[in-house]
Write a protein that binds this ligand. Structure first.
Ligand code: NAD
Length: 410
């Protein structure tokens, strides 16, 4: 609770540290980073005395107990897009369950997590319980992944790194690995949606916030053919109205892309989409070059087919792929036609259809008539190549305990 209070008291400073590291627009950083991190510490602090073991329903001459024991040493490797928020999602439940943690921030976004470690120490967390090691993934991260004394590895990042971690586990001590990976999340708009303009506005923010560098970004719009052209026009209007600029300017709505390498990769994805028959509706290029920053215009590409790279692969940038569909069945098939399964959106006024979609979509979370909403009470995690394990909610605690049974003959 003290850690949560201190994060809140230093929210502006922590947000600015994050903005300087990763280019996220300040207002969003303030809410998503210290705001969320404080809430996460408070949630798990409050959960502590509600989590208990069990008495098993054994025969009367035996007492069976199920304990939750700390696993020991947890290594947490986190990405650069929301370091404080994602770091807190790993740290707070791991500490709450009585473990020690070694946290490795991304090489391009370490500052806010280093400050968080200082805050934890200043709040009285004993030395050695939380350790932060900075460095490159292939060196520091790999050393943790191969370490014989790490019991559980929790990770958020790319599928490629996730594969390295699983291999390292197999080659070392078989540590449990929980992977939160990427996505190519479908946002499905049916013609019967109640307010199409609102859907277009939310869909635009669903992909373009934080320059598309959001794991659950609604990067694959599936729109019913009868409203396709009208909806794309509305989307274009909202995309072009977004104010991209200096992340520390309070008037900006979208900040910078994390790095020039990420920007170059985004532009390569757009080029490939065009070569595969896609059409650019807006954006598609770097902007504000004179500032020296790595800004990219919100980009919409229509006519993206199921086999196209832009349909299948995560960009992790402000690039929206648009595909038309003719029926609910086709929408579901298209939505499920990638190797990912992190998030999805469904816009419809038909409650039965919404429930059918929730049941049929192969994904970790389905947003209905909104996109991207969540709080600490619901888990976040994927299926398929979006990974396993879940952050947030009481379910996250399971990653950080070993079940230990006792069988007592009476
Ligand atoms: P990344 O995998 O390159 O890096 C993530 C972390 O892993 C960094 O700390 C990095 O240093 C470390 N790392 C890299 N190579 C390593 C190795 N060989 N061994 C050990 N550690 C290594 O990913 P990124 O570019 O930082 O983040 C973007 C990715 O993260 C995207 O795919 C995005 O979708 C995903 N992401 C997922 C979620 C989620 O909750 N599912 C949330 C945010 C981001």
């Amino acid at each position: 609770m003290r850690i949560a209070d201190r994060i809140e008291a230093e929210a502006v400073e922590l947000a600015v540290l994050g903005v300087r590291d990763n280019g996220t627009e300040f207002n969003m950083a303030l809410k998503a980073e210290p705001g969320s991190a404080a809430g996460t510490f408070r949630y798990y602090a409050e959960a502590l005395d509600k989590v208990a073991g069990e008495v098993a329903p054994t025969p009367p001459d035996v007492l069976g107990l199920v304990h939750r024991a700390p696993v020991g040493v947890v290594a947490a490797i986190v990405p650069w897009n929301f370091p404080l928020m994602i770091g807190a999602w790993k740290l707070a439940p791991a500490l709450a369950m009585g473990n020690s943690v070694i946290l490795k921030p991304a090489e391009s976004a370490s500052l806010s997590l280093l400050r968080l470690a200082e805050i934890c120490a200043e709040c009285g967390l004993p030395d050695g319980v939380l350790n932060v090691v900075t460095g490159r993934g292939t060196e520091t991260g790999a050393a943790l992944a191969h370490h014989m004394d790490v019991d559980v590895m929790v990770f958020t990042g790319s599928g490629a790194t996730g594969r390295h971690l699983l291999a390292a586990s197999a080659q070392s001590n078989l540590k449990r690995c929980y992977l939160e990976l990427g996505g190519k999340s479908p946002n499905i708009v049916f013609a019967d949606a109640k307010d199409l303009d609102q859907a277009a506005k939310v869909a635009a923010m669903g992909i373009f916030r934080n320059s598309g560098q959001v794991c659950v970004a609604g990067s694959r719009l599936l729109v019913e053919r009868s409203i396709h052209d009208h909806f794309v026009d509305q989307l274009k209007t909202h995309a072009e109205a977004l104010r991209v600029g200096d992340p520390l300017d309070l008037n900006s709505q979208i900040g910078a892309v994390n790095s020039s390498a990420q920007l170059a990769a985004n532009l390569r994805h757009v080029d490939q989409a065009l070569s595969e028959g896609g059409n650019i509706v807006c954006g598609g290029q770097q902007i504000l070059q004179k500032t020296g920053g790595t800004y990219m215009a919100p980009t919409i590409v229509t006519g993206v087919t199921r086999d196209a790279a832009l349909f299948q692969n995560e960009v992790f940038g402000p690039v929206l792929s648009v595909t038309a569909f003719d029926s609910e069945e086709e929408a579901i098939q298209l939505a499920n036609a990638t190797s990912y399964g992190l998030a999805a959106g469904v816009w419809t006024a038909d409650l039965s259809r919404a429930h059918r979609c929730i049941a049929e979509l192969r994904t970790g979370v389905v947003h209905v008539n909104t996109y991207g909403g969540a709080d600490m009470t619901v888990p976040l995690g994927g299926v398929g190549q979006s990974g396993n394990g879940h952050d947030k909610s009481l379910y996250a605690l399971d990653k950080f305990v070993d079940l230990k049974s006792a069988w007592i003959q009476l």
